[in-house]
Design a binder for this molecule. Structure first.
Ligand SMILES: [Cu+2]
Length: 76
């Protein structure tokens, strides 16, 4: 775990309740290279820590899309 990680901040549309955030976190954490995912329904934001050599913002956006939500990268 000596590798450095980068945290992507994304806005997520379509969340309604805490279960939505948990579903997103479960889905995103299955993506190769994702270290952790913390999604807040209250703020509509997801903070996703990744190994940047293995996971791009597009991978995270795609995974959230697969879960049924729309995500947009706020800042790398
Ligand atoms: Cu929900």
């Amino acid at each position: 775990m000596a590798r450095s990680t980068v945290t992507y901040t994304l806005t997520v549309q379509g969340m309604h309740c805490a279960s939505c955030g948990m579903l997103i976190d479960e889905t995103v954490e299955k993506v190769d290279g994702v270290v952790s995912s913390t999604t807040s329904v209250r703020t509509g934001m997801a903070k996703v820590a990744v190994d940047p050599g293995r996971c791009s913002p597009a991978d995270v956006v795609a995974a959230i899309g697969d879960a049924g939500y729309t995500a947009r990268l706020e800042r790398p």
